[in-house]
Each structure stands twice: as structure tokens, then as C-alpha cells.
Design a protein around this ligand. Structure first.
Ligand code: PEP
Ligand code: MG
Length: 573
């Protein structure tokens, strides 16, 4: 590993908006999707505004389902044109367009003072407020409703559909924030980078940008200052945006971005230490994409994707069919199925209450199942039936495991269904600290860095104001990852990482150094992580981990680690 020949990120707190008046200034934010991209800025158009309450004499509520159906059809057509996570987002949002309660509530609101467009706005806003009040991962679904609200209102008011217009040439997209649909519809070849004022590490913008391979920096205070056509160079690894970049800088960036790498084989350090590189997936069809991307297995299947938007749990046959599709893509490989992670989500009314005052700290994950053991048994029975004869090495894990008693109960139920490899996600600080005890019961651990970060830092993972706190580079979070790995080592049980942290190539090395046995990530990140991993030894990973742990904050940890990895720039990361 070379010496300290790269400089860490400048201090973002020293760059207030009103002082950014000089060209060639470097803006800083939170790098959430690695890679470098350059080009002229295209500023995302403003969102569709709230329509006026007073209707222009139009009180035909029947227009609402027609407009909703049109939006749904448009989104479904866009979904068919894409794959993977972008497709999943478009399909979920398409369904939201014709959500019966949204349409019915809006129709009921139409009256003398409220036209159809205003009624849709108000009905959707109520749902958005409810989802946001729930907090936690499910609050992200508010974005689907925000998107749909704008689209249906646009149809009803004769405006063109909201979204980012394609300028017909490569560009860098600058926005206050983007809906998941905005990102899902971007052309990754043409969109060289994304810069937003808001957003956090686990926001949908970040997750999708990583899945699409578009470099992204969020939480950039000066982004609002960037004007159309300004040429910028964006580094999603260091979280920097160089304003008024020279032609030479742009060319250098284009050549360092290079062609996309591919990954087929195994994750190994330079000295041959095997680190299985696995994929995180949601929907069953994503398994094929993961297999094509070279994943060594599935490290996390978020099964709630099979349940979302349902009033009743999916049938046994439906579930078996979904899991079988995944197992079929990975014969003789490990596939980790995570049981339903529901929590305070109104779209899973058969599992949890929507009345909890603080859902992220409420009856979530395994806790909800322990209140509804039949639901857990039904899911385990479906997983076992799908696993039978599939040829895949099926592992099962529970979300939000907190105590050794939780682990014991989950393992007991899995064993009763013949599922012999039952593990725990480690995403609650208590579980990380007591991992040895939990792993004396469970066969493996999988660190969910997204939730572990929000619970360690007491910072809502959906709140863009807290993005600087809610990053897995926080040394406090890394200490807990280390504790979890130590607990696993004590018991001779593997502990992997399945949160978004594993998709950041520099952080992935730190995680290996902390003792993670495997890394699971969006399929798109596999090749980049594999490439970087192959250039460092295990001992060097341990050194990087020590450097990160010794840092005082997230930015310092990231800066110090990246300074020791000059090859990242060479790889365009
Ligand atoms: C996590 O919390 O890191 C995780 C992998 O689970 P999710 O993002 O689904 O909560
Ligand atoms: Mg989680």
C-alpha cells in the first residue's frame, strides 16, 4: 500500500452557501455512490406545485381513477424498459398510483371547493404525512406517494409529466432531492453523476445510484448555487464537487472512470484470503441479475418485498414460488433469506399496528413475529418447502434480533422446520455488544449496517439533516462491527456484513479488516469491491480498520483510509 499521497475531504462545515462566490471552488457533501463523473450541470426542474383549492368549476371525481390508471400504465411501461432495483422501484410506484385508498379518498374529497387535482394532492399528502410519521425504512415509501401525487396532478392539470428531461448529451444532474422514480428513470450512460442538496447514505437516491453505477454526492450545501451548464467534476468516493472544472480535469475524469469492470469468480485479497462477495436482493427476479453479476451467493433477500402492499399475507404457494426462483439461480451456493422485516408499516396491516408512537423503536422485525408466531411459522414452512430439493445452501436469518433469548427462539422455530442454518442480523447495538452470546445459539451473524448506524448514532436513517451522523464510517459504528465479529470468532461462527456499507469499496476493506467473513451488496458494486480487494492483503485491511477506528469522526475515518488507498483514483473510485 502506498503512503499518504491523497488528501482527505475538506471540512464541509467551513463552506457556508453565501460564501460560495468563486469559480473552481470545491463543494463537499456525503459521497454515497463511488466513482467519478464530469459534465455540464443540468438542474432538475421544480416539482409539480400544489394546485389551488378553488376549482375552475371542475368537480368531476371520475377523472381521478382515469388519471391514476394512465400514470400507472406509464410507470409500468418504464419498468418494462429496465431491470433490477430500478424496475422494482418503478413497479412499486406504479401500483401506488392506483392504490384504492388513495383514489377513493381523493374522490371523496372532491366538492364545491375542491377540484380533482386538489383532492388528489390532499389525499396523497395525508398518506405521505402518515408514512413519514412512521419513520424507519418504511418512511422511504413516502417518496413513491410524492412521485405519484405529482404525476396524477400533472395529468389532471394538463402539465407535462414531472421528471428529469434528457438533454441529449452527457451531464451531471443537480437537484434539491430526487424521488426514487426520478433516479430509476435516469440513463446511466448519459447521467455522469448526481449531486443533491438533501439525502443520506441509505436514502433511495443513494441505493439506486449505487445500483445503477452512477457516482453520487448528497447533502451538498452549495448545490443550490450551481447553475445550468456549469462544468463540474464529481467524486462520489470523496464526496467532492469541483466547480468550473477545466477541460483537462474533465478529460482526466472521463479516462479514470474507465469501462465498467465485471466480476466472475471469487472475492479474494492480494494474499489469497477468500471473502465471499454476495448480493443483496429484494424481489425474486433480482436473483438472476445477481447471478449474472457474478455474485457468489445471496447474502440478504429482503422478503418484505413479497409482502408489500398486501392486506393479507401471501399464500404458502406464492411464497414457495418466490423463494424457489431465487434458489434456482444459485445451485450449491449460499442463499440467505431474511424473514419479514415489518414495522409500523400501514401496508402490512396483518402484522403490525400503525399506531406506534416511535415505530423504529417499536414492534419491528422479529419482535412483530414473536407477537404473530403463526406468520413466522408459515414463512419458515414456505422457505423449507422451497429449499427442499433446490440444491441451494439455504440459510435463514431474522431481522432486529436484540437478545440471546430472541436468537434462541428463532433458532428453535427454524430447527422445527428442518432449517438447520439459522442466523441473526446484527443491527441493534445490544446485539453487536453481546454477539458472542447470540452466536452461541445462532449459526451465523449478518451485520446490517444501515440500522446499526441509525441506532448507534440515534439518527433516523431517513432524515437528510442527519446524513453526516448517519454514515457507517462513524468510528462508533465500526467499533460495534468489530465487537460483532469478535463475538462470532469466539464461537467459531461466521459474521458477514449485509448493509450498504459493504458496497463502498474503501469501507469494504475496513470491514474485512474488522473481521467480516463475507460482504453482501447491490450486485452492481460487486466488481468494484472485488477489484479493490484483490489489491490489498488481509493484514493491510486490518491496518485500514485500525486507522478508521482511531479516527475521531466519520469524515476523518474516510479521509484517512482513502489517503492510504491511492489506487482508488486509478480505478475511478
Ligand atoms: C440493514 O439494516 O443494514 C439492512 C441490511 O437491512 P434493511 O436495510 O433492510 O433494514
Ligand atoms: Mg435493517
Amino acid at each position: 500500500m502506498a503512503g499518504n499521497d491523497r488528501v482527505g475531504s475538506p471540512d464541509r462545515s467551513t463552506v457556508p452557501d453565501d460564501r460560495i462566490t468563486m469559480p473552481e471552488r470545491t463543494l463537499t457533501g456525503v459521497g454515497v455512490s463511488p466513482g467519478r463523473g464530469a459534465g455540464p450541470v443540468v438542474v432538475a426542474p421544480p416539482r409539480v406545485p400544489a394546485p389551488a383549492s378553488t376549482p375552475p368549476g371542475d368537480t368531476d371525481a371520475g377523472q381521478i381513477p382515469v388519471a391514476a390508471a394512465r400514470v400507472r400504465a406509464e410507470l409500468e411501461a418504464a419498468a418494462r424498459a429496465t431491470t433490477g432495483e430500478a424496475r422494482a422501484v418503478l413497479e412499486a410506484t406504479a401500483m401506488m398510483a392506483t392504490d384504492p385508498s388513495l383514489v377513493a379518498t381523493a374522490q371523496a374529497l372532491v366538492g364545491d371547493d375542491v377540484g380533482p387535482a386538489r383532492a388528489v394532492w390532499e389525499a396523497a399528502t395525508r398518506i405521505i404525512d402518515d408514512l413519514r410519521a412512521l419513520g424507519g425504512p418504511m418512511a422511504e415509501h413516502a417518496w413513491e406517494v410524492i412521485d405519484v401525487r405529482g404525476r396524477v396532478v400533472a395529468v389532471l392539470t394538463g402539465r407535462s409529466a414531472p421528471g428529469v428531461p434528457d438533454p441529449g448529451h452527457p451531464y451531471v444532474l443537480v437537484a434539491t432531492d430526487l424521488t426514487p422514480v426520478d433516479v430509476a428513470m435516469l440513463d446511466p450512460e448519459r447521467t455522469k453523476a448526481i449531486v443533491t442538496t438533501r439525502g443520506g447514505h441509505v436514502s433511495h437516491t443513494a441505493i439506486l445510484a449505487r445500483a445503477l453505477g452512477i457516482p453520487a454526492v448528497v447533502g451538498v450545501h452549495g448545490a443550490a448555487w450551481l447553475t445550468e451548464g456549469t462544468v463540474v467534476v464529481v467524486d462520489g468516493g470523496t464526496g467532492t464537487v469541483v466547480v468550473d472544472a477545466s477541460a483537462e480535469e474533465v478529460t482526466r475524469t472521463a479516462s479514470s472512470a474507465g469501462p465498467r469492470r465485471s466480476f466472475a469468480g471469487e472475492g479474494r485479497t492480494a494474499d489469497g484470503h477468500h471473502v465471499p462477495l454476495l448480493a443483496d436482493i429484494g424481489r425474486p427476479e433480482d436473483a438472476l441479475i445477481a447471478a449474472e453479476a457474478g455474485a457468489e451467493g445471496i447474502g440478504l433477500m429482503r422478503t418484505e418485498f413479497c409482502f408489500l402492499g398486501r392486506r393479507q399475507a401471501p399464500s404458502h404457494a406464492e411464497q414457495v414460488d418466490a423463494y424457489r426462483q431465487v434458489f434456482a439461480c444459485f445451485p450449491a451456493r449460499t442463499v440467505v433469506i431474511r424473514t419479514l422485516d415489518a414495522g409500523g408499516d400501514s401496508s402490512l396491516p396483518f402484522v403490525t399496528s400503525t399506531e406506534e408512537p416511535n415505530p423504529a423503536l417499536g414492534v419491528r422485525g422479529l419482535r412483530a413475529f414473536l407477537d404473530h408466531p403463526q406468520l413466522l411459522d408459515d414463512q419458515l414452512a414456505a422457505i423449507a418447502a422451497a429449499a427442499d430439493g433446490s440444491g441451494a445452501d439455504v440459510w435463514v436469518m431474522a431481522p432486529m434480533v436484540t437478545t440471546a433469548a430472541d436468537a434462541e427462539e428463532f433458532v428453535r422455530r427454524c430447527t422445527a422446520h428442518g432449517l438447520g442454518t439459522a442466523g441473526v442480523t446484527i443491527e441493534v447495538p445490544a446485539a453487536a455488544l453481546r454477539a458472542g452470546q447470540l452466536l452461541s445459539r445462532a449459526a451465523f451473524g449478518s451485520v446490517g449496517t444501515n440500522d446499526l448506524t441509525q441506532y448507534t448514532m440515534a439518527a433516523d436513517r431517513q432524515n437528510p439533516e442527519l446524513a453526516h451522523l448517519c454514515t457507517p464510517w462513524q468510528p462508533a459504528v465500526l467499533e460495534l462491527v468489530a465487537a460483532a465479529c469478535r463475538g462470532g470468532a469466539q464461537q467459531g461462527r461466521p459474521v458477514g456484513v449485509c448493509g450498504e456499507a459493504a458496497a463502498d469499496p474503501a469501507l469494504a476493506l475496513v470491514l474485512v479488516g474488522l473481521g467480516a467473513n463475507s460482504l453482501s451488496m447491490t450486485p452492481r458494486a460487486l466488481a468494484d469491491v472485488a477489484a479493490v480487494l484483490s489489491l490489498v492483503t488481509r493484514q493491510e485491511c486490518e491496518h485500514l480498520a485500525a486507522v478508521a477506528l482511531a479516527a475521531e469522526g466519520a469524515e476523518q475515518a474516510r479521509g484517512a483510509v482513502r489517503a492510504l488507498l491511492p489506487m482508488l483514483a486509478g480505478l475511478g473510485l
